[in-house]
Design a protein around this ligand. Structure first.
Ligand code: NAD
Ligand code: UDP
Length: 323
């Protein structure tokens, strides 16, 4: 992997109090960087960054990215992760979700331009919608329903990508776009409704494991440490790919297979219950990561069995604390 020396540089991380953002802040600080975390705490939590409170290289600003940002510091990097990522959460206020991706991304691109900072957009595999091509490579244009309940997120992220590539083409900023596939690990919000946290927490609480639809839909699950390594590699690779890059783990599992693994690893007595499939729920999803391998020398290293064990250990502590 080609990486510049990072020490002493300043990164702004939006969504830094969330699941992925808080891990990113940790890794950047470990590299000797200054980190400014901007987060409205919509779905994130101070708990995720509490351990950074007394770190002199870390600063937290509570702000919605839909509002203009007034940052006096020099910035070298802007990582834009602000956006609710769990379907129930992003659908709770769909217009705000869309505006976070559109107005928020525009505000941050403008900031990156003013500072001469490199910019990384946390885009998503959801830009592929319910894909009719499998696995999904970056040149696939997707199959998104622009009028459905997921559109606020999927179309918002697609619009954000459009803004990113316009800024890049116009020479206004050094912009990089990563398409993140389902990622899991410690610090996921136990109550935000995503599949890994839901199943693990239900198993640990002895509650029924909820499976939507038949459970035969697939997802590819990437462990958080792999994802953050890919994100930082994309931001710092010497030659800008000038194209989106999939970052995810190509290991593909049905939701039933995931539930079986959770039951085995937690040794829960919980049963599974089947619930209706949400509207427009994608049938299958697996990243083609050839581009990331070729351009970044990156590929995931943590298999689901191992990452799930570490995630379960984390949630075991949280569930015990709450009891
Ligand atoms: P998360 O919900 O834990 O984190 C998102 C963070 O953004 C939260 O801290 C939230 O408070 C903050 N936020 C939301 N709207 C905001 C706004 N308008 N202004 C300021 N802060 C705001 O989710 P995550 O899993 O950490 O996702 C981080 C990013 O990665 C998101 O942009 C998401 O779309 C993207 N992503 C994540 C996944 C995944 O599987 N985790 C997959 C694809 C894309
Ligand atoms: N899902 C499920 N039970 C749950 C939560 C989610 O069966 O308790 C399913 C959901 O319908 C989808 C998959 O698991 O098919 C992944 O859902 P998630 O919300 O984590 O992410 P998505 O990839 O849909 O954005």
């Amino acid at each position: 992997m080609v990486q510049e020396a990072q020490s002493g540089k300043t990164a702004l991380v939006t969504g830094g109090a969330g699941f992925l953002g808080s891990h990113l802040c940790d890794r950047l600080l470990e590299q000797g960087m200054q980190v400014i975390c901007v987060d409205s705490l919509l779905t994130g939590s101070m708990r995720n960054i509490a351990h950074l409170e007394n770190n002199p290289n870390f600063r937290f600003i509570k702000q919605d990215v839909c509002e203009p940002l007034d940052i006096k510091d020099d910035l070298h990097f802007v990582y834009n992760l602000a956006c609710a990522a769990s379907p129930p959460r992003y659908q709770a206020d769909p217009i705000h979700t869309m505006m976070t991706s559109v107005q928020g991304t525009l505000n941050l691109l403008t900031l990156a331009e003013a500072k001469g900072a490199s910019f990384l957009q946390a885009s998503t595999s959801e830009v592929y919608g319910d894909p009719d091509r499998h696995p999904q490579a970056e040149d696939y244009h997707g199959n998104v329903n622009c009028t459905g309940p997921r559109a606020c997120y999927d179309e918002g992220k697609r619009a954000a990508e459009s803004l990113c590539f316009d800024f890049l083409r116009l020479g206004r900023a050094d912009v990089r776009v990563m398409r993140i596939f389902n990622t899991y690990g410690p610090r996921m919000d136990p109550d935000d409704g995503r599949i890994v946290s839901n199943l693990v927490v239900q198993a640990l609480r002895g509650e029924p494991l909820t499976i939507y639809g038949t459970g035969e839909q697939t997802r590819s699950f990437c462990y958080v440490s792999d994802l953050i390594a890919g994100m930082m590699a994309l931001m710092t690779v010497a030659e800008n790919p000038k194209a989106p890059v999939n970052i995810g783990n190509p290991g593909e599992f049905t939701i039933n297979e995931l539930a079986k693994l959770v039951v085995e690893q937690t040794k829960t007595a919980s049963q599974t219950v089947f619930k209706p499939l949400p509207v427009d729920d994608p049938t299958r999803r697996r990243p083609d990561i050839s581009r990331a391998k070729a351009l970044l020398g990156w590929e995931p290293t943590v298999p689901l069995e191992k990452g799930l064990r570490d995630t379960i250990a984390h949630f075991r502590e949280r569930v015990a604390e709450a009891a």
